[in-house]
Write a protein that binds this ligand. Structure first.
Ligand code: TMP
Length: 216
């Protein structure tokens, strides 16, 4: 079955500014009368949000890499089946804060897990569904860390990783965009928020036209 909706994902290292852009993209779509839904990973459903708490709690610092990747994928399986696929079948534009590329960049590049194995497990979890388009916010790790620090919240288990970990994750995202230039767009997360929003909205217009989704 070809989904009628459009599946968009926003990605990047922690502190890259993607969540602000998810909110702005949804606002712009709603203003133009497009049926859309914002969601996030890990999370998006009751069960997947419970898995999110397990993953992000600094109390779980003993978690091993294979447990970590399988929990992200377990949350994804629930999210895809319970929320994403039904929305796409209804013709809704789904805007998701992180999806499969986060697993490839964080667990593949960041943790150094076998990428092919991670990708195979991911396909099992997603039942083969892939985002129609992915926006990746690229940013210098020092700037991202300063942003996170200024948020005045204590770091979660993932945010507590070293700078070298985040440098590998950033490299992973850059490599993924290079390998999928049609499906993914790399944006400079250091650019002004309004400029980034305009870039994203013009790409959204193109994608909506392509999928023939009516918009004002
Ligand atoms: P968030 O802070 O953007 O909500 O994401 C939660 C954290 O989980 C973030 O540090 C990125 C990480 N993550 C992974 O390591 N692998 C994944 O598959 C996903 C979806 C997120």
């Amino acid at each position: 079955m070809i989904p009628k909706g459009l599946f968009l994902t926003f990605e990047g290292v922690d502190g890259c500014g993607k969540s602000t852009q998810v909110a702005r993209a949804v606002e712009s779509l709603q203003r133009r009368g497009v049926a859309c839904m914002a969601t996030r990973e890990p999370g998006g459903t009751r069960i997947a949000e419970k898995i999110r708490s397990l993953l992000l709690s600094p109390d779980n610092d003993a978690m091993v890499d294979r447990c970590e990747v399988l929990l992200y994928l377990a949350a994804r399986a629930q999210h895809v089946e319970e929320k994403i696929l039904p929305a796409l079948a209804d013709g809704v534009v789904v805007v998701c804060d992180r999806f499969q590329e986060a697993t490839f960049a964080y667990q593949g590049w960041g943790r150094g897990m076998n990428l092919q194995a991670v990708q195979q497990c991911n396909s099992f979890a997603t039942a083969g569904i892939t985002p129609d388009h992915t926006f990746v916010f690229d940013i210098n790790i020092d700037i991202a860390h300063t942003r996170l620090h200024n948020m005045d919240k204590s770091p979660d288990r993932l945010e507590g990783n070293s700078r070298s970990f985040f440098k590998r994750v950033r490299q992973g995202y850059q490599d993924l965009v290079r390998s999928n230039p049609q499906r993914m767009t790399l944006l400079d997360g250091g650019r002004p928020i309004d400029e980034l929003s305009l870039n994203i909205i013009s790409k959204l217009d193109f994608l909506l036209e392509q999928k023939r989704i009516a918009h004002a």
